[in-house]
Design a protein around this ligand. Structure first.
Ligand code: UD1
Ligand code: UDP
Length: 366
């Protein structure tokens, strides 16, 4: 059988932990696959990119596009222009994309127009909220994909409802959990709690970077106020995404005397962040991936969003999606801290073996 040329596309923080296990699996199948990695450079800060390559022991990308930040159209277009050149040179048989970021969308469009087969890992997730840029990216990417690897059961239902033929859909489980499972032991040795003077199970981990929460001055001020109130009862550690950091500066929102319990810190590496999550009393977030990781770790999660594209984390996991009303956030979080947290279980095939299942399918289907 002819060796298949596969190109994996990554661009931003949540792509790295999704691609690392698959890259490893593909590289250990050198007889069947010739695999290359392209990093678009959508995220470029050391703490959002290179640190993950180091910690996840990923090889240097074969191609780094260095595209950087910009408006949605600018960023997506620049990635498309560069990827068209790369695909023309490499002539891949298959392009693989992950999640829902602009790099995912750009690669999907270029591959489809060049008649290159496309595989989407984490297909089928839907928030049904078209104001979320990621929702547009998910819909278009799934529509163009030939292989749709689904992480949770809602994805199967959504794709069926959209008329995607069953022959293209594969329930392979959650690849982000592969990285979590294989790094949890190493992460347990992280000294992040000591470095931040935190006691296990006596602090909240928080992340917040969704444009809907941080790009409006009024919303961000209100959110910060309610977080400040919570921090009077329990310390909050907030590894701050650069988008949010910039907005806090733009809007003059400061960590004043009232908020002495909020530790605003630089984004953490994967291992420190896993350790921080795993020892939290609860996690407050608007991240997609963090809802899943807390579900697996069975740590109470409170999601500051009106919806989630990951409903299994709510239906059977430990996640509460409560919207962005500051009073509701404050009351729900303090209720959780005082011991009334939701206990959950782990969705099917979130077991650390998703990459292996994907590669097995590719061996028989490509
Ligand atoms: C992107 C994804 C989002 C994902 C998030 C993960 C899209 C549409 N959004 O959002 O789904 O949840 O990554 O973290 O693809 N910046 C830096 N340094 C960097 C990267 C960005 O300072 O290395 C700043 C720039 O000011 C930039 C802003 O962050 O304009 C936003 O970056 P961008 O990649 O456009 O979107 P994210 O908010 O990071
Ligand atoms: N993460 C991290 N350091 C941080 C915050 C998050 O390593 O300071 C990891 C987290 O463990 C998860 C991923 O980043 O694996 C989630 O990415 P993010 O929240 O940026 O994006 P989303 O999932 O919302 O698209």
């Amino acid at each position: 059988m002819k060796k298949q040329k596969i190109v994996l596309i990554v661009g931003a923080r949540p792509n790295f932990m999704k691609s690392a296990p698959l890259m490893r699996e593909l590289l250990s199948n050198k007889k069947s696959f010739d695999t290359k990695l392209i990093h678009t450079g959508q995220h470029y800060d050391h703490a959002l990119s290179q640190l993950f390559f180091d910690e996840l022991k990923m090889a240097k990308p074969d191609i780094y596009l260095g595209v950087g930040s910009g408006s949605h159209a600018e960023q997506t277009a620049k990635i498309m222009i560069e990827l068209e050149k790369s695909f023309t040179e490499i002539k891949p048989d298959l392009v693989m994309v992950f999640g829902d970021i602009n790099s995912t969308l750009a690669a999907a469009i270029v591959a489809a127009k060049m008649c290159i087969k496309l595989a989407h890992v984490e297909a089928g997730l839907r928030s049904f909220d078209h104001t979320m840029p990621e929702e547009i990216n998910r819909i278009v990417t799934d529509r163009l994909s030939n292989y749709l690897f689904v992480s949770e059961e809602s994805g199967l239902i959504n794709l069926k409802n959209e008329g995607v033929p069953e022959s293209k859909i594969f329930y392979t489980g959650n690849i982000m959990i592969d990285s979590l499972v294989s790094n949890l032991e190493v992460a347990s040795h992280s000294t992040i709690l000591e470095r931040l003077s935190l006691e296990p199970e006596n602090y909240i981990t928080m992340t917040m970077h969704r444009p809907a929460n941080v790009d409006s001055e009024e919303t961000l001020k209100e959110l910060f106020k309610s977080i400040t109130e919570i921090s009077k009862e329990i310390p909050i550690v907030f590894p701050c995404h650069p988008r949010t950091k910039k907005r806090l500066e733009d809007f003059g929102i400061k960590n004043n005397d009232d908020s002495h319990g909020i530790k605003v810190i630089e984004p953490l590496g994967y291992l420190d962040f896993l350790k921080l999550q795993s020892k939290s009393k609860c996690v407050l977030t608007d991240s997609g991936g963090v809802q899943e990781e807390t579900t697996f770790l069975q740590i109470p999660c409170i999601t500051m969003r009106k919806n989630t594209e990951r409903p299994s984390t709510v239906d059977i996991g430990s996640n509460l999606v409560i919207g962005v009303d500051p009073k509701v956030i404050q009351d729900t979080t303090l209720d959780s801290v005082r011991g009334n947290a939701k206990v959950g279980s782990i969705p099917k095939l979130w077991d650390g073996n998703t990459a292996g299942r994907i590669v097995d399918i590719m061996k028989t289907n490509l």
